[in-house]
Each structure stands twice: as structure tokens, then as C-alpha cells.
Design a protein around this ligand. Sequence first.
Ligand code: CTP
Ligand code: MG
Length: 232
Amino acid sequence: MNHSINFWAVVPAAGVGKRMNADRPKQYLDLAGKTVIEHTLLRLLSAEVFTAVAVAISEEDPYWPELEVSSHEKIITAEGGKERADSVLSALKSIRTVASDDDWVLVHDAARPCITAIDIHHLINTLKADKVGGILALSSHDTLKSVDGDNIVDTLDRKHIWRALTPQMFRYGLLKSALEAAEGNPAITDEASALELEGMQPKIVEGRPDNIKITRPEDLALAQFYMEHQND
Ligand code: CTP
Ligand code: MG
């Protein structure tokens, strides 16, 4: 390697937010005076590690061009796709002439506005010497049950079960080829699963519990609570 490694952020933001049941996609709902996606992007930008941030936006999205951050010099707009993985692949393709295969990409959900610079740097510092990469994750405090209908069939060993968060950090070339190989496969709900299908074993890095994903209406109040108690 005779060039310096760049870090890129990729933000899938082309979902409709069905479970949120609001009048617009959840990334455009107000949270403490700004839209959810503005919080997310401003936090990624203020981590000061990314060469650029590629954001996947739906073709029919009238809200994005209205936001000041959409014309920020480090923001690249890509076209969203049918599923999250399609949106991520489209954003990766949008930087193909500027990114190198061994550069790092951190994929982060637009719907996780409480991401901290602490978590971003923790993930990068833990994995930057790794071949494959890995993801922020949380262990479960609750006892976990495997069920069939409403019948418990097994109690799982908590040691072996983690909840996958984002950012998920992988080498540009590996991630792009894994997502291309997995195109159309509904089992690919995060980046790590695409690499797992290729036989690789991404690492987990313990993340902060305040990095929640806005999914249902009650999550907005929780995100606001966390933001008020984060001292950054
Ligand atoms: N996403 C995307 N392209 C899609 C689907 C989802 O870029 N075709 C993005 C969402 O905008 C979100 C992230 O992927 O930032 C995580 O997805 P999720 O939380 O499931 O968001 P939605 O798909 O919008 O919500 P829902 O599943 O409730 O409809
Ligand atoms: Mg979804």
C-alpha cells in the first residue's frame, strides 16, 4: 500500500419509515429543532474523519434538496434503491472513481441520529488494523427465548447473541463485491451479513446504548432524552 487510506461514510436514507406511521419518512421528522437526518449527518461530519459522506436518497424525495446540509461540500447524493442493501450499493458506486479498494467505509443508518464521535472513533481505532472490519453491537441484558408461534422452544445463551448497530465498517472493495454478489437476497439486512455470506467473519465492537434507531413513534422522545444527556 503506497497511498494513504481514506475513510468514507455511507448513509442509507431512502426508506419510507412504515413502522413510524408519520406523514413523511422518519428521517425528516423534527427532533430537538432539526430533522433526524440533519443530526445524523452533522454528527458524522463533526467526527472529522471522513473524506466525504455519500447519502442514498429516494428519487421521489422532495425534502432532501430543501435541507442546507444536502449542499455541504462533503456530502454526495446517490440514488436510493428498493431495499437498504440496494441503497448502500448505489452510494458505494457513487464514490467508485474516488475510493480505493482498501479504503474504509462506515455505513450508518440515517435513522440513528444519536451517534457520537466517541463511538465512531472507538470503532475505527479498534478495527483499522483488521483485514475485514466489523460493526458496533450491543449485548442483550434480557434473557433471550427462541419461540415458535407463542411457544418457547429454547433459551439462548446470551454470550453468543449480539444486536447489530451501525456504523458497520468494511473495506470498500470487499463490501462492494459482497453486496454485488448478494444483490436481491432478502436475508441481507446489514452489511455484515453480506460479508458473512462470502465466508468472512466480521468483528463486533461494543457500542453505546444511546445509539438507537428511530423505528417507532416513541423512539423520538427517547432520542431527544439521550441527546440532552450526551455532553457533546
Ligand atoms: N433505507 C434505505 N433504502 C431502503 C430502505 C431503507 O436507504 N430501500 C434506510 C432507511 O432510510 C434507514 C435505514 O435504511 O435510514 C434503516 O432502515 P429502517 O430503519 O428499516 O428504515 P425504513 O425502511 O425507512 O423503516 P420501515 O422498515 O419501518 O419502513
Ligand atoms: Mg426498513
